[in-house]
Design a protein around this ligand. Structure first.
Ligand SMILES: [Zn+2]
Length: 278
């Protein structure tokens, strides 16, 4: 029983049994950008299209729509345990999504943990020993707030997960090439690096001088990878997608590159309901 995940809403579902497969799955998310909805789901029409897309996702990945669970996503660090109650929350309306939540964990087969992205970083967690999974949404605030560790801790306390047994992956998201930040964000990143005793060379990889004074290029992938290792995940068990949303607007959505008027990708992970081994 392995996790299956992909981003966006068509085809390309993968059942990773290995780190390589985890990498392929995150890269397979480059599948496409079909229905290019250009606004948030504010009108009824868009909302209907939105739910229809999510139902298509459910069919494509083979996890019944009733188990697809969404969170409100407020750039915080709260991680919710999705059990038999809570499963399916938010799948048809934002109002019913799990409130004030940016991370989800479960050990229930048939529950798909789904979060939405358009530059922020999807963090995937899979405990193959206790058969539990996690998914987190990490923009810069969630990243420096250490939602990676919060998710690992929630899995530890809920399922008895040992961090060193986790497999983790970091999905397509905005890369340092396209992510310029100002002094305010850079300062928070430096604080996080220092709080975790990052080595100078690690810090230099995360935050680089920008094209002008007071600007920096930030790698949220490298920072999350570092924080995952500080939370006890083995470096050799973390896969990082090389896809940058900002560089790939032909295939992916980028909030920043497209001036905020763009769609959202869905990152998802689920334990197979049929219990088949992969
Ligand atoms: Zn880029």
């Amino acid at each position: 029983m392995g996790p299956r995940f992909m981003c966006w809403n068509r085809g390309q579902s993968v059942t990773p049994a290995s780190r390589q497969a985890l990498r392929r799955a995150t890269e397979a998310s480059a599948s496409l950008r079909t229905a290019r909805s250009t606004a948030a789901f504010t009108s009824k029409t868009i909302r209907r299209a939105f739910v229809a897309n999510r139902e298509r996702l459910a069919r494509a990945v083979g996890v019944p729509f009733a188990g697809h669970t969404y969170a409100e996503q407020v750039h915080g660090t709260n991680v919710a345990v999705v059990g038999l109650n809570g499963r399916g929350a938010g799948r048809a309306s934002r109002e019913s999504a799990l409130a004030d939540t940016d991370g989800l964990v479960t050990a229930e087969p048939g529950v798909s943990l789904n979060l939405m992205y358009a530059d922020c970083v999807p963090l995937y967690f899979y405990d193959p020993v206790r058969r539990a999974i996690g998914l987190a949404h990490a923009g810069w605030k969630g990243t420096v707030g250490d939602i990676a560790r919060a998710t690992v801790l929630r899995m530890q306390e809920t399922f008895g997960t040992k961090p060193e047994e986790l497999l983790a992956a970091i999905g397509p998201s905005i890369g340092a090439c396209c992510y310029e930040v100002d002094e305010t964000v850079a300062g928070k990143v430096r604080e996080a690096l220092s709080a975790h005793d990052a080595a100078p060379e690690e810090s230099a990889e995360v935050l680089q001088a920008g094209r002008e004074a007071g600007k920096y290029q930030l790698s949220l992938q490298k920072l999350n990878r570092l924080l995952m290792t500080k939370a006890g995940i083995l470096s050799s068990r973390i896969e990082v997608s090389t896809l940058c949303t900002g560089c790939s607007t032909d295939r992916l959505f980028s909030h920043r590159k497209e001036g905020g008027r763009t769609g959202r990708m869905v990152a998802w992970i689920a334990l197979r309901q049929d219990g088949t081994e992969t």
